[in-house]
Design a protein. Structure first.
Lengths: 207, 452
């Protein structure tokens, strides 16, 4: 076994606690550095269907924009308990604005969380905004089915044929029954009238 | 039908009304036996509802079986009614007259019983209302539902319309009693008086319905076949399935008509009206369809057997040489060859022989439907062993109950309505009674007709 110099061993030993230490929580991070302001702006639609632009502005407490900082975006979700579903990360530009393109898959109200994890001299920050998605993006674009135009019309065509057949059936049945009944009633009325006429012609003495 | 001696019309009316009168012990004994079988079937279904489809032998690898075969088979036998009534009416075949009522009744009740298997084979029948509220329009099951309902209504109308003149006869006969029968017949007879105008309306309506019921009937079994053919399973995914099912339905349908006619002829002593000739003509129809069905079977098997695709070979082997082979060859022999031979020879082409042939056809065609379904279902498509559909007492009870329900319903139906089509028989008798056209002297008489 190679015997490492003592200095290297001490350095490694010093690093191990750092490597093995858990990441600082937001609360712990907030204890370090100047406070910052993270603001989530109202999402705007892009030209792509169902796509939103999430933007967050990161500034110092004095209002100075912080550029080249990573801002993480999450969607607050409920999946076996409350969870933050990671959407993506965007870097702030010269004006302190980080923009992330987001295609929500579900319709309805969603809470978007933006989080700045903190940096040297700056504390962490996070903020939320509630959006109402009315036009979600398709999760994927399916290949168009063969004969798609015809397939769309087929239920209407067959439904029309079935309706026509039923209409003919009931039309024939009802008109036949009515016609037979009317003819029978007319004949009965004519017979009764003829009988009454004959009866009236018979002299009273004979009747 | 030249030379047929028609009995007097009053005798026809009496014979047609014979079942309406008080029935003997034989009737009630048979009705009791049939009712017990139906009760057994209902009990089996209750057990199935309680314990699930597993009680009927269904499982993950045997997910379709006897009930699906029953659905196809029982609806198929209703085709005999459509064929005898509609097609023979359109072709002016006068010999059909004494048997049309029996054929139409068989069509209606076998269709109703067959349709019930669409519910019986569901694991969750309580969800069937969703088919109406949220139908999956792309599914052959929905198409099945629509066409079968359409065919049912057509069959009802086609049974009712020719009944109108007979109901008028019964109305006039029961007028003096003024009981429930008189009221029923009066309502249903819609003031029929036998007037030329009424006859014209009725004939026109029957012609239209007869023309329409044929494509509807063809569609019913075509759509039923597509419930299998559109799945893509080996053994099912065949373009021949639609005509194959239609011909099979006609074949078993005509056989069923023969059976029903034989049974009721014997039970109600209708030998004078339903003669050996009727059985002979029906048997000719039956063997024509027999040969056609065998041809379709051969064509389907040779097509798959020649190509020998990887998916189809195991099913073919199982049917022709494997565990299902005895049933397949039994069908070919008992359901295909033997009926053909019985009808082919005059010595065996008797009422008894033709009835025996029909029994063989009806039972083996039911078995053939099982052979269409079970091997394809049982074949493992991914990996593993062949599935197994085991018939249990529940499935047997439900099937037996359904089979018993058809003759029971017919017996009860003919307690209220005439068993022979009086009006059609009178019409045929009137045609027969017309004198032959006079032949002028000097014209040669050819054995086959008159030469100009």
């Amino acid at each position: 076994m190679t015997r490492l110099p003592l200095a290297v061993m001490l350095i490694v030993a010093g690093l191990v606690p750092t490597i093995m230490a858990p990441a600082p929580t937001l609360a712990q991070a907030q204890d370090k550095g100047s406070p910052v302001t993270l603001k989530l702006n109202t999402p705007t639609r892009t030209s792509a269907a169902g796509q939103l632009a999430l933007s967050a502005t990161l500034t110092t407490s004095a209002g100075k924009p912080l550029n080249d900082r990573a801002v993480d975006f999450y969607q607050k979700a409920e999946l076996f308990g409350p969870r933050d579903a990671f959407i993506g990360t965007a870097e702030t530009d010269g004006t302190g604005v980080a923009v992330l393109l987001y295609e929500p898959a579900l319709r309805g109200r969603q809470t978007i969380l933006a989080r700045f994890a903190g940096a040297t001299g700056y504390a962490a920050a996070e903020t939320t905004v509630v959006i109402d998605v009315r036009d979600p993006a398709e999760a994927y674009e399916p290949e168009p089915l063969p004969l798609a135009g015809l397939r769309d019309r087929l239920p209407l065509i067959f439904g029309g044929i079935v309706f026509l057949v039923w209409a003919i059936l009931f039309g024939v049945l009802i008109s036949t029954a009515r016609g037979i009944k009317l003819a029978g009633q007319r004949r009965r009325s004519a017979s009764e009238a003829a009988m009454a006429d004959r009866h009236s012609r018979v002299p009273a003495e004979v009747r | 039908m030249a030379g047929h001696d028609f009995p007097p019309l009053e005798d026809v009316r009496k014979a047609a009304s014979r079942p309406l009168g008080p029935s003997g012990r034989g009737f009630w004994a048979l009705a009791a036996v049939l009712a017990l079988l139906v009760g057994w079937g209902v009990a089996g279904y209750v057990v199935q509802l309680k314990d699930g489809l597993g009680a009927a032998g269904y499982n993950d690898t045997g997910f379709w079986g006897i009930y699906e075969a029953n659905l196809v088979a029982f609806i198929a036998v209703s085709y005999g009614g459509a064929l005898v009534s509609a097609i023979l009416r359109l072709t002016q075949a006068g010999w059909r007259a004494p048997i049309t009522r029996l054929a139409e009744g068989t069509a209606l009740f076998s269709l109703m019983v067959g349709m019930s298997f669409a519910l019986v084979h569901l694991g969750r029948p309580d969800r069937v209302w969703r088919m109406i509220v949220t139908p999956q329009l792309g599914s052959p099951i929905i198409w099945d539902f629509v066409v079968i309902m359409t065919y049912l209504v057509f069959t009802c109308v086609f049974l009712y319309l020719p009944l109108i003149p007979d109901l008028a006869v019964l109305r006039d006969r029961t007028r003096i009693h003024s009981g429930w029968r008189y009221r029923l017949y009066t309502m249903l007879a819609v003031d029929w008086r036998g007037l030329p105008k009424q006859r014209q309306l009725l004939e026109h309506a029957l012609t239209v319905i007869a023309i329409l019921i044929i494509p509807v009937a063809v569609f019913v079994h075509s759509v039923l076949s597509w419930a299998f053919a559109f799945t893509g399973r080996p053994g099912w995914n065949s373009t021949i399935f639609a005509p194959y099912f239609v011909v099979g339905a006609l074949y078993s349908g005509v056989a069923m008509v023969i059976l029903v006619v034989a049974g009721f002829r014997k039970g109600y002593h209708l030998e004078r009206y339903i003669t050996r000739k009727h059985f002979a003509y029906l048997s000719y129809l039956m063997v024509t369809l027999d040969v056609t069905y065998l041809y379709f079977t051969f064509s389907e098997l040779i097509t798959e057997g020649y190509v020998m695709s990887e998916e189809a070979v195991p099913v073919l082997e199982a049917i022709l040489l494997g565990r299902y082979a005895p049933f397949f060859w039994l069908f070919v022999l008992a359901g295909g060859v033997v009926p053909l031979l019985i009808v082919a020879f005059q010595q065996t082409r008797t009422v008894g022989g033709i009835t025996l042939a029909s029994v063989l056809v009806v039972t083996t065609m039911w078995m053939k439907r099982l052979l269409i379904i079970v091997p394809s279902v049982a074949q493992p498509l991914i990996a593993g062993n062949w599935g197994l559909f085991q018939i249990t007492w529940v499935a047997i009870a439900v099937t037996a109950g359904a089979a018993a329900a058809i003759p029971l319903l017919l017996m009860l139906f003919f307690k209220v309505f005439p068993i022979l089509s009086i009006d059609e028989m009178e019409e045929v008798a009137a045609l027969e009674a017309r004198p032959a056209p006079a032949v002028s002297p000097g014209v040669a008489i050819h054995p086959g007709g008159v030469l100009p």
